[in-house]
Design a protein around this ligand. Structure first.
Ligand SMILES: [Cu+2]
Length: 441
């Protein structure tokens, strides 16, 4: 059904391209596209890739990579449309699963871990900036969460993952999980897509009774089917390992309410202030009837992490003791549902932006810690400015992908999602306006 089955070699080459596109090619992923025509930037991208590749491969391999890559560029639609997961065809589900598994099973040259695991390592170490022992201007705060940078950082991160998927299969885009869609939960956790709940662990929760979960029992992301995690990257926030298998505790009380009420989301999307929006969507606080973020707890994005991963939440502080993979924010990309939850988070931001909240006025220019402000560099796309501390039992820092020093991304670079070349099925108007911009420029 899929091209990727043709030859292992093709997969490896496509994946090498993926690594270079995703991790190794400075600024080209979108910074150039921010400034140039699509066509012009593709030209620059190809030229640049050649320089990089020459050092690593023989000419014949380079030719093959070049043709794979131009094939990819020419075939790729100008705008990848991210769809609601409930609208995916059987073929689209399979293509997504196959591409994810290919990234999980492909170890790039010079790395000891797979492309997929490199993404997990980046997410882990973004939280390694929190330590006061971290170095550089971004030290001392979470590099990916709990501040203005949540939305820019994850927009960049998941788009790089999407491009890696597209190097395997150019037709794949990231689906999103609309948390207000009552059908989505059942569609996602089936063996033909992201697999089942966990099984085998029964926990007694005071006043709530017994709850079930544990290692994912079936589907493409069960250990039986080869979804084996690196225990040095599968961590609790404390750094303690969560082991080698994907753990799910679906809808374990008290985080078991589904779907998310539409009116709660609409209330957040109606706000005018970026950081109120971000805090509402991230979910440590909920808006009260006055539109103030006075209610502390677990909501929205945080709630969805808990709905899949399970955990003993402290509803007063919003902190949780994770049971499963998704509930441990640090390692949550190990559950592929991560990409669907974050695609939706990004969609909600994109909709808010498309609804008139666009441009630098809708992102704080100053006043945050370094990394959070409009023109600060976001680790790891910061040219080596900041260095996190190592988290967990192994040397995770040594597992990070090698990024070019001029692969720089600031929140300002992320504000216009159209410049990345994707849109959402709920934002058809955005496709038209982008086409207009391109054809008139
Ligand atoms: Cu995250």
């Amino acid at each position: 059904m899929m091209k990727i089955h043709k030859t292992i070699k093709a997969v490896i080459i496509a994946s090498i391209v993926a690594v270079l596109v995703v991790f190794g090619t400075p600024a080209l992923s979108h910074n150039l596209e921010h400034r140039e025509h699509k066509q012009a930037s593709n030209q620059v991208l190809s030229d640049h890739s050649n320089t990089k590749l020459t050092a690593l491969y023989h000419d014949s391999a380079i030719d093959e990579i070049k043709s794979t890559h131009s094939d990819l560029v020419s075939k790729k639609k100008a705008y990848g449309v991210r769809k609601n997961v409930v609208d995916l065809t059987q073929e689209e589900k399979q293509a997504f699963v196959d591409a994810v598994r290919t990234l999980k099973n492909t170890v790039p040259q010079g790395s000891s871990i797979s492309i997929y695991d490199q993404f997990v390592a980046v997410h882990v170490e973004a939280m390694g900036l929190m330590s006061s022992q971290a170095q550089g201007p971004a030290a001392g705060h979470d590099g990916a969460h709990e501040s203005s940078l949540l939305l820019p950082w994850h927009r960049e991160f998941i788009h790089r993952f999407e491009k890696a998927l597209q190097s395997v299969n150019p037709n794949v885009t990231l689906p999103y999980w609309d948390w207000t869609d009552s059908k989505a939960l059942k569609v996602i956790f089936q063996d033909d897509f992201l697999g089942s709940n966990g099984q085998g662990v029964t926990l007694s929760i005071p006043d709530l009774g017994d709850v079930q979960g544990g290692p994912v029992a079936s589907g493409p992301f069960s250990s039986a089917n080869g979804w084996i995690l690196n225990p040095n990257l599968h961590l609790k926030p404390s750094g303690e390992s969560l082991g080698e298998v994907l753990l799910r505790f679906l809808q374990v009380p008290p985080v078991n309410s589904y779907p998310t009420p539409k009116e709660d989301l609409e209330q957040i999307l109606a706000v005018d202030d970026y950081d109120t929006l971000r805090q509402g969507l991230e979910g440590f606080n909920k808006l009260d009837s006055q539109g103030q973020l006075t209610i502390r707890g677990v909501f929205m994005h945080n709630y969805m992490h808990g709905l899949v991963g399970g955990g003993r939440f402290d509803f007063t502080t919003g902190q949780l003791d994770p049971l499963g993979t998704m509930a441990s924010i640090i390692s949550s990309p190990y559950d592929p549902v991560f990409w669907l939850i974050h695609s939706n988070l990004d969609r909600l931001w994109a909709e808010w932006q498309a609804n008139g909240h666009a441009g630098p006025n809708y992102y704080p220019a100053t006043g945050g810690h370094y990394g959070e402000n409009l023109h600060d560099r976001l680790w790891p796309w910061d040219g080596g400015e900041s260095i996190p501390v190592n988290l967990g039992p192994a040397d995770v820092l040594s597992l990070l992908p090698h990024l070019s020093p001029d692969d720089i991304v600031t929140p300002a670079d992320t504000l216009d999602f159209r410049k990345y070349g994707y849109t959402y099925d709920t934002l058809k108007g955005a496709i038209r306006s982008t086409h207009q911009v391109l054809s008139s420029s």
